[in-house]
Write a protein that binds this ligand. Sequence first.
Ligand SMILES: Nc1ncnc2c1ncn2[C@@H]1O[C@H](COP(=O)(O)OP(=O)(O)O)[C@@H](O)[C@H]1O
Ligand SMILES: [Mg+2]
Length: 220
Amino acid sequence: MAQIREFPLPTPSINPSYGITAMNEEDRHHLVPKLRRIVKTAKQLNKLEAANIYKGAALLFRENLAPQELLTLDWVSKSHEWMYKDVWQWAGQIRNRDLDMPISASLGYMVRQEIKDMLDDALTQIEYSSYPEEEICVRLHHRMVKTHCFINGNGRHSRIFVNKLAGSIGLADDTFDWGQNLIRSKTEARAKELYIESLRIADDTGDYEPLIKVALGDLS
Ligand SMILES: Nc1ncnc2c1ncn2[C@@H]1O[C@H](COP(=O)(O)OP(=O)(O)O)[C@@H](O)[C@H]1O
Ligand SMILES: [Mg+2]
């Protein structure tokens, strides 16, 4: 199964980075019909996804949304749909089946409720300033990717969704670079490892500091 990297997008605030989409014959059936015969290589797929994500993210960033509007199941789904609908049939569809992958993601039937819970929690954290704003965003990112709200595209979608959240609570749009800074000083592979390691640390210990540092591009 070919593993591909996707192109970084030009705008740092919506740079998804690290997207990996495995392309196999089964995946081909999930492409939108008009692309099934056209897409032959991972590189082509990569380009199509990057263009769609860029377009979808730009649409999302054009919306003027308060946190209580953004933090809804509808916007989670709609933003994913906008980012992937030109390429994939699963765009915007909240996952309802179990995943066959080595990640401790939730069972399919629980996903919708878990999304509602994580969005409510983030909103409450914002309302009561339970954590610094950056940490609230990073905690939500971790929960979104851990739950794996969709069958694919979760990492890229969640990084962009959380960038939008950052803007809606008064942080700069480019607060998070999700490791781009690390890529400049280390190899991309190492930067990715550090990102995944930091997600695991958050999983295992509840310590979000390493993930916050990666997300902020803090090299200290
Ligand atoms: N061990 C892990 N713990 C938590 N999250 C993880 C782990 N491994 C990967 N992830 C998250 O899952 C994402 C990959 O999921 P996927 O749905 O394929 O997204 P994408 O297609 O955008 O890369 C990674 O970018 C990361 O955010
Ligand atoms: Mg993927």
